[in-house]
Write a protein that binds this ligand. Structure first.
Ligand SMILES: CC(C)(COP(=O)(O)OP(=O)(O)OC[C@H]1O[C@@H](n2cnc3c(N)ncnc32)[C@H](O)[C@@H]1OP(=O)(O)O)[C@@H](O)C(=O)NCCC(=O)NCCS
Length: 201
């Protein structure tokens, strides 16, 4: 079992952009993450620089396994992206996250759900006033969906969210339930009832 204590998050910095660019080009990432974009170095630099300067209200982090950067995770408030919030039917107090593990050898080992649980506890629900968190994989991304279920997310609905192509398989986790980081890390799977809430205790 991977020890979550070996994982950490560091705020995205300008010096990380070449690594993000490289990861977005990895086939296992490109298949599911921002594949509709060009992801040229110029485009990636422009987009992620706005996250770092705060021009775009996106909170990006590099995920580390011990000293090795292995992926990227970001959170935002859906109310900061009004068209998106309206399409989803969510508003103030609701966060959303996106994730990719950039280093292919770190995928498929159960790390995704562990990273997400830790991120929910340490970053997302550490912010008072956040009552729920969403994640929006494509319905065909079965590995991601399973990983998010293991992290405690519950399926809400499938919907079309323009301008993104295809459909979104919307999942939610609420603050304040029984899904605690340590116990559920060891559990083989999280039941439907357990998965709908989250506690920061
Ligand atoms: C999605 C991602 C974060 C998941 O992390 P991960 O560490 O690879 O996944 P996990 O090991 O936590 O969980 C994967 C689960 O899906 C299952 N799985 C894998 N491939 C599957 C498939 N084709 N169909 C159904 N389930 C599948 C695994 O068996 C595992 O479930 P189990 O533990 O019950 O056996 C990671 O794979 C990733 O970054 N992928 C590339 C980019 C991406 O898809 N990002 C998400 C965009 S929404």
């Amino acid at each position: 079992m991977f020890d979550p204590n070996n994982l950490s998050f560091r705020k995205l910095e300008l010096g990380d952009i070449p690594l993000i660019y490289k990861w977005l080009k990895e086939p296992h990432v490109h298949e599911w993450y921002d594949r509709e974009k060009q992801n040229s170095l110029e485009e990636v630099t422009q987009e992620y620089t706005k996250y770092i300067t705060g021009e775009d209200p996106m909170d990006g982090y590099i995920v580390y396994s011990e000293a090795t950067p292995i992926g990227y995770i970001q959170k935002y408030k859906v109310s900061d992206w009004p068209e998106f919030a309206e399409a989803l039917g969510y508003g103030v107090g609701v966060a959303a996250i996106d994730i990719f593990i950039g280093e292919a050898e770190f995928t498929g080992k159960g790390l995704g759900s562990i990273i997400i649980k830790k991120f929910l506890k340490e970053i997302v629900f550490a912010e008072e006033g956040i009552t729920a968190c969403l994640i929006d994989p494509e319905p065909e991304n079965k590995r991601a969906i399973r990983s998010y279920e293991k992290a405690g997310f519950k399926y809400i609905k499938t919907l079309d969210v323009p301008p993104d192509p295809g459909f979104t398989y919307l999942m939610e986790i609420k603050r304040g339930g029984s899904n605690n980081l340590t116990s559920s890390l060891a559990a083989p799977a999280i039941s439907y009832e357990e998965s709908s809430t989250y506690t920061t205790d």
